[in-house]
Design a protein around this ligand. Sequence first.
Ligand code: TMP
Ligand code: ASP
Length: 237
Amino acid sequence: MEVEKKELLYEGKGKKLYKTNNEDFVIAEFKDDLTAFNAQKKGTEYGKGSLNCQISSLIFELLNKKGIKNHFIKQIDDNNMLCKKVKIIPLEVVVRNISTGSLSKRLGIRDGLKLPFTLVELYYKNDELGDPIINDEHCKIMDILDNDDDINYIKDTARQINNILIDFFDSKNVTLVDFKIEFGRDIYNNIILADEISPDSCRLWDKENNKKMDKDIFRENLGNVVDAYQEILSRIK
Ligand code: TMP
Ligand code: ASP
């Protein structure tokens, strides 16, 4: 049966989610909009959404092949991705290999320092509160996840994804500095990887010269993101 895009379910900062004629599937449409600092900074770049949709699709396909269960079914066209319907768990799971961004700012760790081991952090996904950092106990107190098995599953999966993506990007001459992922519960209540993995949600540095190839270009007014995202897509295709 051909999947048809139906009414809008939800509009986020980077994507719109649509119902389909199949109860179990949704369509994620990637937008050209860019936001940073909890949407205090806003912009739009034509073509950004399409690049993120293509990059994210390639990465989800790779993770599927490596046995990481995720919501990706297929890329429909340049901006649209068919996904399993999930209920998003309100956590931003951040994995860091090199200190930069909020970690360096908050703790005074030197920007660019390679961490002695991979750091996994949890943030409560809540715009009104500004996505505060939380720990396992906060997760349980707030009923975001109510048991250690689920919390450990998410952290272990995040580390596995990191190992896969470090090697993948390294082979494309790109350093995976850090990234943010989100998980959801599918219709069987299983926890699976969801949302997107793109230069909007990762920090990617050119291995040759540490040049930024991700949304920091927008955050820090360093130029156009589309040229950098296009370069990422060309390298990983
Ligand atoms: P941070 O250093 O600003 O905390 O960001 C860590 C990683 O998470 C980085 O790869 C960018 C990504 N990220 C998002 O995808 N969404 C966000 O809202 C934030 C704050 C970071
Ligand atoms: N995505 C977040 C926002 O717009 C922040 C960021 O990625 O820096 O608010």
